[in-house]
Design a binder for this molecule. Structure first.
Ligand SMILES: Cc1cc2nc3c(=O)[nH]c(=O)nc-3n(C[C@H](O)[C@H](O)[C@H](O)COP(=O)(O)OP(=O)(O)OC[C@H]3O[C@@H](n4cnc5c(N)ncnc54)[C@H](O)[C@@H]3O)c2cc1C
Length: 372
């Protein structure tokens, strides 16, 4: 797979060496994103007709997982870029699609509103006509790559149609946008997930992505499968990295007075075994979700909801085990486990959160309408 070879080079030469500083200093991984652009990987899922690589979701999942093993902050930026690209590929202008395909344009999703919190599908704020344009007012809680991306796939209440939201392509330099606060998170510290506000943000009709009021269907039909699989892949990469480090630490750490290693303790091995099973179950579900989507299976949407919840919760457990197995040493940053422990916390609270997904999945298995 030539794209994986290119990716491995970028990871080895740029992403991995910068990962600790990206987290410690909470710096956006600009050099990594530029390198991913130069190698064509920001255009991985863009159509070949606009100069992209034309790969599918399975390839994007591999890319995100590989990056997450080295730097989950960078992997989340790429995840949100591929999600935004999915919408732009369907509804955006060819000029922007070509820029994305050429690696010269980073995009992201700006959906979570202060007023509706994690219920991103219910946009709040206001959208009103102004001559032949529209004026938007709203406050977004957290936007990955805020102030760093070139555009935002932005949600607002519909202008006049029924429905929960309308999507827009908002250039990051558009007048009326502001970033009230910089991101200083406990995890994914490099991904720049700051709040963004817009006051009288003026957009032409051509900035609308899809139809007025059509945002909900795009969010659920087009983006949720991509987002769920990719964020699950990010969690998978985190689990692999944490387990690799925990196993290496358990094998290398000796009790000199006993002539044995941590890994000689059956309890330590059992912890690692359970964590390995949990990670492999999440991977199997992620891969079956990809198969369900590719084959148009009837259970595809159930799998989509399951894979995000399963991987996010598994990553919480696996990174917790990695901390326990590595003992007091895990508190030291140089052992390299605590970064993954912190980064793993995000997926379960990124919308749709695990709790919301449990409710949706519960409704589905009880035969109730899920999205009513
Ligand atoms: C690192 C990071 C990056 C992010 N990037 C983006 C981005 O790029 N774009 C974007 O739009 N958003 C982004 N977000 C925001 C994210 O998607 C969520 O909207 C946000 O994390 C939710 O936080 P909150 O405090 O508003 O949650 P709240 O809605 O206040 O939820 C608090 C708790 O209540 C639970 N809860 C809420 N509703 C229900 C329910 N119906 N049933 C059961 N439990 C419920 C939740 O599970 C959670 O445990 C990001 C968040 C993080 C942490």
């Amino acid at each position: 797979m030539p794209y994986l070879e290119k990716l491995d080079t970028v990871i080895r030469d740029i992403i991995e060496p910068a990962a600790v500083a990206t987290d410690r200093d909470a710096v956006f991984p600009r050099t990594a994103i530029a390198a991913l652009g130069e190698t064509g990987l920001l255009g991985l899922v863009s159509a070949t007709g606009v100069g992209g690589m034309g790969f599918d979701l399975a390839a994007a999942a591999q890319v995100v997982e590989h990056i997450a093993r080295a730097c989950p902050s960078t992997a989340m930026v790429v995840t949100m870029h591929y999600c935004g690209t999915t919408v732009i590929e369907k509804f955006g202008a060819d000029s922007i699609r070509r820029e994305i395909a050429a690696g010269q344009h980073l995009t992201t999703l700006a959906w979570s509103d202060m007023g509706s919190r994690s219920h991103f599908w219910a946009s709040v704020g206001s959208t009103r006509p102004d001559g032949d344009a529209y004026l938007l007012d709203c406050d977004k809680t957290m936007v990955t790559a805020a102030g760093e991306a070139d555009s935002y796939v932005w949600s607002s209440p519909p202008v006049k149609a029924a429905g929960a939201s309308t999507l827009w392509l908002v250039g990051s330099k558009t007048e009326g946008l502001s970033q009230p606060q910089l991101f200083d998170g406990m995890g994914l510290r490099g991904n720049g997930s700051s709040p963004l506000s817009c006051k009288a943000l003026r957009l032409p009709a051509s900035a609308m992505l899809g139809s007025d009021g059509g945002g909900f269907d795009i969010m659920l039909g087009a983006v949720l499968p991509v987002f769920s699989v990719l964020i699950a892949s990010c969690s998978q990469g985190i689990m692999e990295a944490a387990l690799e480090r925990a196993c290496a630490h358990a094998s290398a750490s000796k009790f000199e007075h006993l002539g044995s290693a941590l890994a000689d303790l059956p309890t330590i091995r059992a912890y690692l075994a359970r964590a390995r099973i949990r990670a492999d179950m999440a991977r199997t579900l992620r891969d079956d979700t990809l198969a369900a989507l590719a084959g148009g299976r009837a259970d595809a949407m159930l799998r989509v909801m399951q894979t995000k919840a399963a991987a996010a919760e598994a990553a919480l457990e696996v990174t917790d085990v990695a901390m326990r197995v590595c003992g007091g040493a895990a508190f030291r940053r140089d052992v390299g486990v605590e970064r993954y422990f912190r980064d793993a916390r995000a997926a379960s609270v990124m919308a749709p959160t695990s709790d919301v997904l449990f409710d949706f999945i519960g409704k589905a298995v009880c035969g109730m309408p899920v999205f009513d």
